[in-house]
Design a protein around this ligand. Structure first.
Ligand code: FAD
Length: 554
């Protein structure tokens, strides 16, 4: 069965009736990874997500698959090595979504325009290559001023001495999450978006044995039974954990840190490689990353105490970033009106409680807590290392299942499980795109977009266009998304609201004038999901409110 609203209904029926080995709360990258790992090991697995998959931090990252060059400064070598290895794994497991990319660091005569002394940066890159070892995806090198200007003609040539080039990976975060979720579902996990964890159920010994949950679409409450419960709610970790009332004794605290990004058009900022742009006079840099035909710029790193469900970018943050970028790309002179979207994410950092330490200095290593009632909570970490984090979380669950319930798990590693859509080798993607463009009479841009977003599943979208010619229409004139993607998102990726389609299955909310196609998307979804006119209007209004809150500057 496809992963649709019907699958969701079936999963919810299962959730009401059965006892699961593992119940996972949270459908970001961490929860998705846990669900796949548990299901692949043959455990009876359930996952609930209160909004949509990846609606939290996992759709708002810089979208890099990396070891984290910056963490070398904190001597976090093990963390960097782990990220570099996982980078190589992910490039293999989801070749359609993850690709290697050149990252360029400019070197200027004026030392205020360099992140650090160029020799130190170079030493860092030697170490980065060394730590990657056989998992390296390309060795760093130094390039001349002329070569740097050739790849970025708008770069300020005054005092430019050259640049350093190294390699990391780039991904599409919310699509990565949905591909993992779908793969977990294929392995038997019962998964439902828009189901909220409300409170724990405990057995006679005071151990967690399930949860009281609410279907956010029907407002129906029901009970779920599970032998082990895992809390993968990211920045909401403490809200959930505190309800268990049996916190383990530790002094570690969740410290949400906000990071914003801007998306601008590739015509206004002409870069074909990613750049690391130092903020003048500050020990920080911004990434400038070509992405889905646009350019993403970010990020910031500041403590956050606001509403975790609705972080947004404020004008002053946007202005600071634009000023920083204009100082290096003076002929671009980006203005606030160039910003297509501005979005904020919250890092679920785990700190030792030292608030004098800046959020930038807090380690990105994940932390796993097991409370006295058996609840396992995971947070921290990075998108890149989700697979390892999940393996560690499920190892702990397996111990509990073995010791308390004599349940055995199969020795399966997710290293061997190609993610949904990942069945085409990266080297074949371009040839496939050309073939699709030719055979289907589509532009190469559209074909490339389909292959890179959906991999082997692009075939399913093409089939939809064969069934209904109208689905070949573009959703917006300047983006390659087809109407068929809306139907695919509903029928095969459990999209239930307009934001699920426009923000997380496709990335139109970040990339273009989403409000210009909202009627069309609503019409297509209404046909699939049986919305009447009133429901359609409500859905449009809900999307507009979410889009204003989360993708426009305040
Ligand atoms: P989330 O994605 O937030 O998922 C938690 C989920 O739990 C949410 O969907 C939420 O709705 C759900 N939830 C909460 N409460 C409940 C409840 N009561 N019931 C049911 N569900 C609930 N990492 C990288 O590797 N590369 C990068 O380039 C990178 N860039 C980043 C840039 C920024 C600005 C930020 C903020 C982070 C970045 N990261 C990056 C880190 C990475 O994005 C996060 O570590 C990761 O996305 C966290 O995933 P998560 O699943 O733990 O949390």
């Amino acid at each position: 069965m496809k992963f649709s609203s019907q699958t969701r209904a079936q999963s919810i029926a299962q959730m009401k009736a059965e006892t699961f080995d593992v119940l996972i709360i949270g459908g970001g990258i961490t929860g998705a990874g846990l669900a796949l790992d548990a299901a692949a090991r043959g455990l009876k697995t359930a996952l609930i997500e209160k909004r949509d998959f990846a609606a939290g931090t996992s759709s708002r990252s810089t979208k890099l698959i990396h070891g984290g060059l910056r963490y070398l400064e904190h001597y976090d070598f093990a963390l960097v090595r782990e990220g570099l290895r996982e980078r190589a794994e992910l490039l293999k497991l989801a070749p359609h979504l993850d690709d290697p990319l050149e990252f360029v660091i400019p070197i200027y005569a004026d030392k205020r325009r360099n992140y650090d002394h160029p020799l130190l940066v170079r030493a860092g890159l030697f170490l980065y290559d060394f730590l990657a070892g056989k998992y390296n995806i390309g060795r760093h090198r130094r390039i001349s001023q002329a070569a740097a200007l050739q790849i970025a003609p708008q770069l300020d040539p005054r005092g430019l001495k050259g640049a350093l080039v190294y390699y990391d990976g780039r991904t599409n975060d919310s699509r990565l999450v949905i591909e993992i979720i779908k793969t977990a579902n294929e392995h038997g996990a019962a998964i439902a978006n828009y189901v909220k964890f409300v409170s724990f159920r405990k057995d006679a010994e005071g151990k967690v044995c399930g949860a009281n949950v609410a279907d956010e679409l029907t407002h129906e409450s029901f009970e779920m039974n599970a032998r082990v419960v895992i809390n993968a709610t990211g920045v909401w970790m403490n809200d959930v954990r505190s309800l268990s009332g049996a916190l383990s004794d530790d002094d570690k605290q969740l410290r949400p840190s906000k990071g914003i990004h801007l998306t601008v058009s590739a015509e206004r900022l002409n870069v074909t490689t990613a750049w690391l742009i130092p903020a003048i006079g500050e020990k920080r840099f911004y990434f400038v990353v070509p992405w889905e035909g646009r350019v993403n710029i970010g990020t910031t790193d500041t403590d956050y105490n606001g509403d975790k469900d609705a972080p947004g970018a404020v004008q002053a943050e946007v202005t600071n970033i634009l000023q920083a970028i204009n100082a290096y790309f003076p002929s671009a002179q980006l203005e606030p009106s160039d910003v297509i979207s501005a979005w904020a994410g919250l890092r679920p950092l785990i700190s030792s409680g030292n608030t004098n330490q800046s959020t930038t200095a807090v380690s990105r290593k994940e932390e796993i807590f097991t409370d006295r009632d058996g609840l396992i909570s995971l947070a921290g970490g990075k998108l890149t290392t989700y697979r390892l984090m999940a393996e560690r979380g499920i190892d702990l669950a397996v111990e509990q299942l073995h010791d308390r319930f004599s349940v055995q798990a199969k020795p399966v590693s997710t290293k061997q499980i190609i993610l949904s859509g990942g069945g085409i080798q990266r080297a074949e993607l371009e040839a496939q795109a050309q073939r699709v463009a030719r055979n289907e009479n589509l532009s190469l841009e559209v074909a490339q977009h389909l292959l890179h977003s959906y991999g082997a599943n692009a075939e399913r979208i093409l089939e939809l266009t064969h069934e209904d010619e109208a689905l070949r229409q573009s959703l917006l004139p300047d983006l390659p998304n087809l109407a068929a993607e809306v139907i695919y998102a509903v029928r095969e990726e459990s999209a239930l609201t307009i934001a699920d389609v426009l923000t997380r299955r496709t990335r139109i909310a970040m990339l273009g004038a989403a409000m210009n196609c909202v009627e069309k998307v609503a019409e297509l979804m209404a046909r699939e999901l049986g919305w009447n006119d009133e429901q359609k209007a409500q859905q449009i209004a809900a999307f507009k409110a979410e889009y204003d809150r989360e993708y426009l500057t305040h």
